[in-house]
Design a protein around this ligand. Structure first.
Ligand SMILES: Nc1ncnc2c1ncn2[C@@H]1O[C@H](COP(=O)(O)OP(=O)(O)OP(=O)(O)O)[C@@H](O)[C@H]1O
Length: 317
């Protein structure tokens, strides 16, 4: 658990939207008692499927939306009523960027930095994020990944103590993603409190010091990645084996919870394997079909396994 005094404490947060016409004018509760805390020098991640309530939680935590119940304390203040002094200590990178389309990246970043008393070194930040390469192109003409990097730089322009990043790797190519990840880790090591949302297990697994899994507006699990992946469940000992072979194999007719699924053309996952006899059965099925797989691997449990278990009510490991 975080040792330093938390920068953000969200306690039993509730948020209703509506009235919604499709629900005969009823309100819909999208957050139903979310609690979390985030500390300096840590990457705290909200992980959840589309529509789980991650962005709404962040919006309440930033004071952009007013909660209908529960409390939020950001750097000791209520963000919904705090003034510009709090805002100058917080950086926000929104999912859709929210950048003015006719501005040019460097002009925009200098303008944003000018609003802060202790701004970041914008030239160095732009260089670091590869923004210098397209600094004179208007934002509307940038690619999604380029915009994403400008939005990250804008969130960091004021040298914030707390940074909110909503899906920071969305639309980035592998190289830019690595650059952004390296920067996030560096900021964390400098002592910033980083709160990010993602639905990508791999991002959460690589970056997070602490993860809150949320589903339909409630907390369903939390812990470090290793705590979560070590979680016991009814199927915790089962392993998943991945293999490649010709596409379109007819799956075996197992009825005891084991299964083989073709996840993409020619790439298969065999779930629920527990004993050497299970492996022998798998090899027997390959033999029946005349298959000799190209690549076989068995991985330790990942955050994705934990997430799927939770999402599917623990019916699959
Ligand atoms: N203004 C609104 N009016 C009605 N419903 C809303 C409103 N804003 C969000 N919602 C609903 O609240 C739920 C949570 O949305 P939210 O954007 O917080 O999810 P999310 O976890 O961030 O999802 P994603 O990964 O897709 O961004 C969704 O079902 C969404 O449709």
């Amino acid at each position: 658990m975080p040792a330093a005094e938390p920068s953000l404490v969200v306690d039993r947060l509730r948020k209703d939207f509506g009235p919604v016409a499709a629900l005969n004018g009823r309100m819909v509760r999208v957050l139903d008692g979310i609690s979390l805390s985030a500390s300096p020098g840590r990457v705290t991640t909200l992980l959840g499927s589309n529509g789980a309530g991650k962005s709404t939680t962040l919006a309440c935590a930033q004071g952009l939306l007013k909660a209908d119940g529960g409390t939020v304390r950001l750097l000791g203040e209520d963000p919904a009523s705090a003034g510009s002094r709090l805002r100058s200590r917080v950086g926000v990178m929104l999912q859709d960027g929210g950048l003015p389309p006719s501005a040019k990246p460097m002009e925009l970043l200098r303008h944003v930095a000018g609003m802060y008393r202790n701004p970041a070194d914008i030239a160095a930040l732009a260089e670091r994020l590869g923004i210098s390469d397209f600094s004179h192109t208007t934002i509307r003409r940038l690619s999604g990944g380029q915009r994403q990097r400008v939005a990250l730089a804008a969130a960091l322009a004021g040298n914030p103590e707390v940074v909110f990043l909503d899906e920071p790797s969305a639309g980035l190519d592998p190289q830019s993603r690595q650059t952004v990840f390296d920067l996030i880790v560096e900021l964390r090591d400098r002592g910033l409190c980083i709160v990010l949302t993602t639905h990508l297990m791999e991002d959460a697994q690589r970056l997070s010091d602490y993860v809150y899994i949320i589903d339909r507006g409630v907390n369903v699990a939390e812990g470090t990645v290793s705590e979560l992946t070590a979680r016991t469940s009814s199927d915790a000992d089962a392993r998943t084996l991945e293999f490649s072979a010709r596409p379109g194999l007819q799956p075996p007719l197992w009825t005891d919870g084991r299964s083989v699924v073709e996840v993409s053309a020619g790439r298969y996952l065999a779930h629920g394997l527990r004993t050497p006899a299970d492996l022998a059965d798998l090899a027997g099925w390959w033999q029946q079909l005349g298959v000799f797989p190209d690549a076989v691997s068995m991985q330790p449990r990942t955050l994705e396994d934990v997430f799927l278990e939770i999402a599917e009510g623990g019916t699959r490991a």
